[in-house]
Design a binder for this molecule. Structure first.
Ligand code: ATP
Ligand code: MG
Length: 406
């Protein structure tokens, strides 16, 4: 089908919510950015919807980009025509002829918003349907389960004819639900946690802990690549804070409490991230924790690790199993980077048997015995390097995933 326009539908909340205007404006900004390389296109707005007029620009590459924008519920390539029976019939027939797979059954669903239109809804279903049946010999009507539902929407400005409903990314427009710091490791989980929180409207700034020179430049590049991938979904640059964890990690390792090393490291990471959140006015922390996945993610461990944190600790993956997380990682295009084998700071001193049930009192005592820990945390926050990552050329975002979006 060669559409004239794209009809874009926002989520339900858009229509009802108190922030509708702010949400719509944010989505419109995103759409405008996507349309930059297509100067022939133009945008028009209607209640709870937005239309792109293509003016001979290609539909497919634009559609690939629209699938990435949070807050878009669904969209359809449409033919647009004047409110005239013969024009509507012609558009409907063109759509049927342009289908790559010829259906055996169909039905017509008319929505008549323009009440001045001379034919009633029921009559229009018949007038358009019979025209198609006459032109395509073996086609049949099936009202209950048609292979193709041809929709005809008669609005005051003209009629939209379409059949495809492309599912959008859903969620809330990026940055409309506040800001949080994402603890971004080089693993599979945390980029997925970042994606899901961004989809829920959170603006994120990423924080990564490295133990340079024990961890290499390659490990750093990997995290930069992951943050960059996430910036394809925000549509605006994402900040990545690179925090040196070497001194803290070394001090923790020297405390000679092997089974508590991970617990202690995670506590310090969260403290640093909390201070960075305060510094950059973020109101929460996001991690890729998933219940029971590793020793540090038992409920008991998480209780001790998060015990000192005073802002919300968000864990979007908490009840997901690994396969589900991997599926999303592949879809958003982070998986292949995540599985590159460069070392993470936490894999350097991995204890043989990390505690799954750490004792808070003991952990606090060991922490108190580490000399200068507070100063090191302070230094880590103060000396964090900040880089800003911008999405690459738009075509790269298209390779994020070819599977259906969930
Ligand atoms: P994996 O797929 O290997 O499980 P992960 O990212 O989940 O990767 P974990 O060791 O399970 O790694 O760590 C749990 C969470 O702690 C991570 O999801 C991440 O949010 C945070 N984290 C761990 N290491 C780092 C790090 N080096 N920098 C920033 N955050 C980290
Ligand atoms: Mg994990």
């Amino acid at each position: 089908m060669k559409p004239d326009m794209i009809m874009i539908r926002f989520g339900e909340y858009m229509v009802k919510g108190r922030n509708r205007r702010q949400f719509e404006n944010r989505i419109e900004e995103q759409i405008k950015r996507v349309l930059l390389p297509y100067p022939g296109t133009s945008i028009s707005k209607a209640f709870g919807r937005l239309y792109i007029t293509l003016h001979n620009e290609q539909y497919e590459p634009i559609a690939d980009q629209l699938k990435l924008i949070f807050g878009i519920h669904s969209f359809s390539p449409v033919k647009f025509t004047i409110n005239d029976l013969e024009s509507i019939r012609a558009a409907a027939l063109e759509i049927m002829f342009e289908m790559p797979h010829k259906p055996d059954t169909f039905k017509v669903s008319v929505r008549r918003v323009e009440k001045e239109f001379p034919h009633e809804t029921f009559e229009m279903n018949h007038l358009v349907g019979s025209h198609i049946l006459r032109a395509i010999p073996n086609l049949k009507v099936n009202v209950k389960e048609p292979e193709v539902e041809l929709r005809v929407e008669i609005q005051p400005e003209g009629t939209y004819v379409f059949h495809e409903m492309v599912q959008g990314a859903g969620g809330y427009p990026y940055g409309t639900n506040g800001k949080a710091m994402l603890l971004l490791s080089g693993g599979i989980d945390s980029p997925v946690a970042g994606y899901l929180s961004m989809r829920q409207g959170l603006e994120i700034e990423a924080v990564h802990f490295h133990s340079y020179p024990f961890t290499s430049d390659k490990a750093k590049e990997k995290v930069i690549e992951l943050a960059k991938r996430l910036s394809h979904f925000s549509g605006v640059p994402i900040k990545l804070h690179l925090v040196s964890f070497t001194d803290i990690q070394t001090a923790i390792a020297q405390s000679n409490r092997e089974s508590l090393i991970i617990t202690l490291m995670r506590r310090s990471m969260l403290r640093i991230a909390e201070r960075l959140a305060e510094k950059y006015r973020a109101l929460g922390l996001v991690t890729g924790d998933s219940l029971g996945q590793v020793a540090s993610q038992t409920l008991s461990s998480m209780n001790v690790i998060g015990n000192d944190i005073h802002i919300p600790l968000l864990r979007p993956l908490i009840t997901m199993d690994k396969n589900e997380i991997i599926r999303i990682a592949k879809q958003i295009g982070t998986y292949n980077t995540s599985i590159l084998p460069y070392e993470d700071c936490c894999t350097l001193f991995v204890p043989k048997s990390p505690s799954t049930n750490p004792n808070l009192k003991i952990v606090e005592r060991v922490e108190a015995s580490i000399q200068g820990l507070d100063d090191m945390i302070h230094t880590a926050v103060a000396s964090a390097e900040v880089i800003e990552l911008t999405p690459d050329v738009l075509s790269e975002a298209q390779s994020a995933g070819n599977e259906d979006w969930f």
